[in-house]
Design a protein around this ligand. Structure first.
Ligand code: ARG
Length: 589
């Protein structure tokens, strides 16, 4: 029995439900309805149905056609090819459906049917170290997923698992004790974030050099690690200075990136320190982990190295120290046990895939994961134009801030060219340049499917033609300019009684699919589906704009209102969709 479509159902869902109901004796068979060039939709599901029933597909298609109810959604159906159904919906149904979306503050996007709690691990840079392009991807993708899930009423707990613990802090703290003014701030610093990073970087390099060259310092640094792990107050206070100094830097990068990172969500590796001993004990007692060559290890039948020897997950090292794995296992205990996560997401570089596979399997064996949906969402590498991992000319990894600054600069040049023509002030040009530049970086990242590597090419990213955020932002700005021209008295109103031009139907049907597209994104955690939806929407709007005059429509005032209505719904959908990707929509471009 097909369910009764709700008010917010898309036309595609309604047609699909009607087809399912009309199919003989095939409860719930998916009609496989797709958008099509020949008609509005094509259903291919009859082919499979016929095969199973050993029936003639064209005859079966005709039977389904005959059984379709007479309603005001479907205007025309025909059987085509080997047994496809080509379906055209009524103009009035399109406009009426859009009117229902427009009347809803959520644009007809329903909350999840069963919202739960998702803990998402993303944006996890390392203390005292420069952020690199990998941290960019994790932050941008994670931020979009958070926004999309929250929009659908999922409870989202954000966790920034920053690298703030480990043996290197013994060296850093010891060096600071011996050179107590190295982290002092100088007066009148203009860029606090940059100044912090350069202090940290200097300290990191100097202490590292000493660690290598001076045996006595090395000893003192090692003893300092023990103090740190034992919670010695003086050592902890100095360690905290490194964390605080780094946060000044992280903050400045995230502000540039236009991503909100809240302090209470930063729970780094150190946050699980108190659980590490217990985590190891529990694993050992349960027989999940065993001692091997002095280390506490977990083994897996199907994970072996090149030599055929098993590769273990090491939870406690031979020197008694705890590593990355022990921290992640403790974090899982916290996330399921205390935070009651139904879903755990990890937006982390693809190179950590094996780590997460082993950690998840270990947690399952230990009973810390019991049926929760746990996923590593691995992302690929940013490549330079030469197709190799993105590096500076000197072969160093690219500083995230430099890259963002350059994107903003390029975008500002693009914005300036048009902006001067439409009379933008210098302040507006700079503000738009930032929104376009950062949008371009985020969009390039989000429009690529997660696992794939992609080439960081600023020329392409800020281009006005092609699959870019600037293109979409321009479409949005164009809608706003239409309304400015129309004046305050202009009315945007749906008129279902009007026949639609082909460009209006195409735009309308796509607008109607916004909720369906978001449903896919939530089910797959693939933001690129939303990016491509929005790009298509901007393209369809551009075609509509070229083919259908809005303010001078020759069908009279009702047609002007209906076209303004389409412009308005397009604007709201673009704005909402880009906002979910963390991208701003300037009003004038
Ligand atoms: N800080 C790590 C890095 O820079 C990423 C942390 C990922 N999250 C985790 N729970 N292990 O590579």
């Amino acid at each position: 029995m097909a369910s009764v479509p709700s008010l917010s159902a898309s036309l595609q869902q309604r047609v699909s439900a009607a087809l399912t109901a009309a199919a003989p004796s095939a409860d719930g068979a998916d009609p496989l309805l797709r958008r099509s060039d020949r008609a509005d939709f094509q259903a291919n599901g009859v082919l499979g149905l016929a095969k199973r029933a050993k029936a003639n597909p064209r005859e079966l298609a005709a039977a389904v056609l005959a059984a379709l109810p007479e309603d005001d959604v479907i205007a025309h159906v025909e059987v085509s090819g080997p047994g496809f159904l080509n379906i055209t919906v009524a103009d009035a149904a399109i406009t009426a459906n859009l009117a229902a979306r427009a009347a809803d503050g959520r644009l007809g996007v329903p909350p999840l049917e069963h919202p739960g709690t998702t803990v998402i691990d993303y944006a996890q840079p390392n203390v005292a170290k420069e952020m690199h392009v990998g941290h960019l991807r994790s932050s941008v993708i994670g931020d979009a997923i958070v926004k999309i899930l929250e929009f659908r009423d999922e409870t989202v707990v954000r966790r920034h698992h920053i690298g703030d613990w480990g043996t290197q802090f013994g060296m850093l703290v010891q060096y600071l004790i011996e050179h107590p003014h190295e982290l002092d701030h100088t007066e009148g610093e203009t860029d606090a974030g940059e100044a912090s990073m350069s202090r940290l970087d200097r300290l990191y390099k100097a202490s590292g050099a000493l660690f290598k060259s001076d045996e006595a310092f090395k000893d003192r640094a090692r003893r300092r690690v023990v103090d740190l792990q034992a919670g010695d107050p003086e050592t902890l206070a100095l360690w905290q200075r490194f964390v605080d100094e780094s946060k000044i830097y992280f903050d400045s990068v995230y502000r540039k990136l236009d991503i909100e990172i809240r302090d209470e969500d930063i729970v780094g590796e150190s946050g699980y320190n108190a659980m590490l001993v217990e985590t190891c004990d529990l694993l050992e007692k349960a027989g999940v982990a065993v001692w091997s060559n002095g280390a506490l290890c977990v083994f897996f039948d199907d994970i072996k190295g090149k030599d055929g020897e098993p590769v273990p997950l090491i939870v406690r090292k031979t020197d008694g120290g705890f590593g990355y794995a022990a921290t992640d296992l403790s974090a899982i205990r916290d996330r399921t046990g205390n935070l009651h996560a139904d879903t755990l997401l990890y937006v982390v570089d693809v190179r950590q895939t094996l780590h997460f596979r082993m950690v998840f399997e270990t947690a399952r064996r230990a009973g810390w994961l019991t049926g929760e949906d746990v996923r590593h969402l691995p992302f690929g590498t940013l490549l330079g134009k030469d197709g190799k991992p993105f590096k500076t000319r000197a072969g160093e990894s690219v500083k995230l801030e430099d890259l963002l600054d350059e994107a903003v600069q390029r975008a500002t040049a693009v914005v300036r060219e048009k902006g001067e023509k439409i009379g933008l002030t210098e302040d507006e040009i700079l503000a738009n340049g930032a929104q376009v530049g950062i949008g371009a970086v985020k969009y390039a990242d989000l429009s690529t499917s997660l696992g794939r590597d992609y080439v960081f090419d600023l020329d392409r990213m800020v281009s006005l033609n092609g699959d870019t955020s600037v293109y979409i932002q321009y479409a949005y700005a164009r809608t706003r300019s239409i309304f400015r021209k129309a004046g305050a008295a202009a009315v945007a109103a749906a008129h279902p009684e009007l026949a639609l031009e082909p460009a209006e139907r195409a735009l309308g049907l796509h607008l109607d699919a916004f909720a369906d597209s978001l449903a896919e994104v939530t089910a797959t955690y693939e933001p690129h589906r939303l990016a491509s939806y929005l790009f298509q929407l901007a393209s369809l709007f551009t075609t509509f704009y070229e083919q259908c005059p809005v303010l001078t429509a020759d069908g009279g005032p009702a047609q002007v209102e209906n076209r303004l209505f389409l412009c308005d719904l397009t604007a709201r959908t673009l704005h909402q969709g880009l906002a979910l990707l963390g991208i701003r929509t300037p009003e004038r471009l």
